[in-house]
Design a protein around this ligand. Structure first.
Ligand code: HEM
Length: 205
């Protein structure tokens, strides 16, 4: 029993940590890199070529992006479907945040599966990297555009609100005053990421 508790404690901590590092940091870097689209197709495509040409790129992607996202996403699904959203019993602000954290996790999961397939796996299968033009073309479909908007909004909310959970989980936000201040700061992170992500999307659309 004690071993099982320790095991689940370790998995919860690892889930919490991977949400910020490397996934949260990668999300910010990803929005930043995609912002190069503001300078037009040539500049954007040269950045893609640069990243695709990095030595050990597949190893870097697998270790720093794919495995952490797979672990965080699948364990997150396990938490969602074995936990209880108690928003109907207690209508407090924090309970809505808790429920939204789970809903945005599920939306982000569906979006990431689609996005990784469309922009990376299909490229590996056909040998054709993603480019400014291919992203622009796929966004001509209004359903895909809406899916991107939803994916960006969900991932941004999830990261900002998740950072607040992270600060509590790791005992950094203790006390009512600091929690109130940090919850505002994390709200700003969510809002900032939403603007940052949607701006990057707009350069393609
Ligand atoms: C965009 C990619 C993602 C990022 C940046 C991210 C980030 C985070 C962060 C920072 C936390 C807070 C950890 C804590 O409370 O200590 C978190 C929590 C959580 N994440 Fe994610 N996450 C992502 C994707 C996902 C996906 C795909 C799922 C799948 C459902 C998911 C499910 C969850 C759940 C359920 C929690 C709450 C855990 C708890 O309350 O103990 N996340 N995430």
């Amino acid at each position: 029993m004690a071993t099982q508790n320790m095991y689940s404690f370790f998995l919860r901590r690892l889930h919490s940590l991977t949400g910020v590092l490397p996934i949260g940091a990668f999300l910010a870097e990803h929005f930043f890199t995609n912002s190069f689209a503001m300078f037009g197709p040539e500049v954007y495509n040269s950045k893609v070529e640069f990243f695709m040409g990095l030595p050990y790129i597949i190893l870097i992607e697998v270790c720093l992006i794919w495995i952490p996202i797979l672990f965080h996403g699948l364990y997150g699904m396990y938490i969602v479907f074995t936990g209880q959203a108690n928003v109907t019993r207690y209508g407090f602000f924090r309970n809505w945040m808790y429920l939204l954290q789970r809903i945005t996790g599920i939306v982000a999961f569906c979006f990431i599966v689609y996005h990784v397939y469309a922009t990376r796996i299909s490229g590996l299968l056909t040998g054709q990297h993603v480019s400014f033009e291919s992203v622009q073309q796929s966004l001509q479909n209004p359903l895909i555009l809406v899916f991107y908007v939803l994916g960006i909004l969900s991932a941004s909310y999830h990261l900002g609100n998740g950072m607040f959970g992270f600060l509590i989980t790791w005992g950094i936000a203790i006390g009512e005053k600091s929690q109130r201040a940090l919850s505002i700061l994390c709200g700003c992170v969510s809002a900032g990421m939403m603007v940052f992500g949607l701006a990057a999307l707009s350069y393609f659309a």
